[in-house]
Design a protein around this ligand. Structure first.
Ligand SMILES: [Zn+2]
Length: 472
């Protein structure tokens, strides 16, 4: 069989790996959006948005719901993929929220494009229209979904066995383990997807994955160690106390609606319910987060022990008497100007779009406000500018003073660090492993991780390039 790396090769996003068996059965593992370069530079097949014919793929397996692993599914369907899309049930439910949201954003982009186009006949779009999908495309995609349980072995076809192993990171996220018969030979391959961390709020620790001949491993935090304490409760208690208890200030927390917001809301809820904090108002301002909360509640049976105990005692994971969930935009704008003490959790995490933008603008010059950054903010985003602001920040053409305190923690990062990655890699059989492929990382992270993997005794360690194939 042959594997080709069509995405997340020498970069973080756009996970897409094609496995072609000798029998001509073709499996695509993940079908993600390349977030770093929305107008793709893939060697495009003349009739396709993919470097292969979508119709020749027989099955898609998804590791988890994040857009950089699922975002191109609607396009794959539109271009003729007719097989099953296989994932866990929570992944399917979260993907429903993520892909419809992505389609709604596409609709706004498309409207802007048509508006500009109507004004200027020579206007060239900033993105390829082939890459745009709308709600109807997402609806079609869901007809082909096939959900499976964690930790059970499924016969994908007569010669292929499939198993999904929990990997923390996000509700429903899995390592994908495949056992393939080719003639007399049996070969196995493990795709890690994204690897979570230990003791993450709500989620179980990543399981030890089964051994495989070949390993395709993520490297997002290769060479990096999380700086903050992994005690999310202690970390959040500190920032709430400093910002809202010692003074009547406001704590703004920009966070991704799916996954990160649930971890934060649950931790805040726990601090109040265990009376570690006096009651102060909490505003959760993201309609998408509310939808995501419901998915976490629906699948609460697969959450970690702590969450199960909390739910048994308090019934609700994300709701308390002092919690206010904001639905309407007008309401959201009103709470921006309210005095503290208060905690406000809103999206987006990178401060690119979303309701958090007006909260930040309204409170940026308030010395009683603290902005707690909990996610990764790539260069070029407003979040990155804010974290690195030196007293002032450019908004539009204006230089605006930053009087609010801006602080940062990686305690809520859903990605394991270098040690967590090595723990997963070392779960494999060093002697008998036939190849490790490192993906989903910046070049320096891939390089540092590859050095440690070699030091551990793995003989075949590769950092595949985009489009590179390997015979397995
Ligand atoms: Zn992910």
């Amino acid at each position: 069989m042959k594997i080709t790396f069509w995405g997340a090769a020498e970069k973080v996003t756009g996970s897409m790996f094609l496995l072609e068996l000798d029998s001509d059965f073709r499996i695509l593992i993940d079908c993600g959006m390349d977030m770093e370069q929305m107008s793709e530079d893939m060697p495009i097949h003349p009739s396709s948005s993919f470097p292969f014919e979508a119709s020749m793929i027989n099955a898609v397996i998804l590791t988890h719901a994040h857009l950089d692993h699922t975002g191109k599914i609607p396009i794959l369907i539109r271009e003729g993929f007719e097989g099953p899309i296989i994932c866990t049930s929570p992944t399917a439910s979260l993907m429903d929220i993520i892909l419809y949201d992505s389609a709604a954003i596409n609709r706004i982009k498309l409207n802007k494009y048509h508006k500009r186009k109507s004004k200027s006949p020579s206007y060239k779009p900033g993105f390829d229209l082939k890459e745009v999908y709308l709600e109807k495309d997402v609806k079609e995609a869901f007809k082909q979904l096939k959900t499976i349980d964690f930790d059970k072995t499924y016969q994908l076809i007569k010669t292929v066995k499939l198993r999904m192993v929990p990997t923390g990171h996000l509700l429903g996220a899995a390592n994908v383990h495949l056992e393939i018969e080719e003639g007399e030979e049996k070969k196995s391959i493990l795709f890690t997807g994204d690897i979570g961390r230990l003791k993450y709020p709500l989620l179980t620790d990543p399981s030890t994955p089964p051994k495989a001949d070949y390993l395709v491993c993520e490297a997002t935090y290769g060479g990096k160690t999380h700086q903050s304490s992994s005690d999310t409760e202690k970390e959040l208690l500190h920032y709430i106390t400093e910002s809202c208890i010692k003074k009547p200030g406001k704590l703004l927390i920009p966070a991704f609606s799916i996954g990160r917001t649930q971890a934060i809301l649950f931790t805040i809820n726990k601090l109040f319910k265990t009376e570690q904090l006096p009651t102060i108002p909490v505003y959760a301002d993201s309609p998408m987060a509310m939808k995501s909360n419901r998915v976490y509640e629906r699948y609460s049976n697969i959450l970690n022990e702590e969450a199960l105990e909390f739910k048994a005692e308090h019934k609700e994971l994300f709701y308390g008497e002092n919690f206010d969930y904001i639905e309407k935009l007008e309401e959201s704008k009103k709470i921006s100007g309210k005095p503290g003490p208060a905690i406000l959790v809103s999206s987006s995490g990178m401060l690119e779009g979303g309701r958090i933008q007006h909260h930040i603008k309204q409170n940026l010059q308030n010395p009683n406000t603290t902005i707690l950054m909990v996610g990764f903010t790539p260069e070029g985003t407003f979040g990155h500018k804010l974290v690195n602001a030196d007293g002032t920040i450019e908004i539009g053409n204006k230089s605006v003073p930053v009087l609010a305190k801006v602080v940062k923690t990686d305690a809520f990062s859903g990605h394991g660090d270098h040690h967590d990655l090595m723990r997963t890699i070392l779960s494999q059989d060093v002697e008998n492993n036939k190849g490790v492929f490192l993906v989903h990382g910046e070049p320096d992270s891939l390089e540092t991780l590859s050095q440690d993997v070699r030091k551990a005794g793995f003989k075949q360690v590769n950092i595949p390039k985009k489009g590179e194939s390997f015979e397995l």
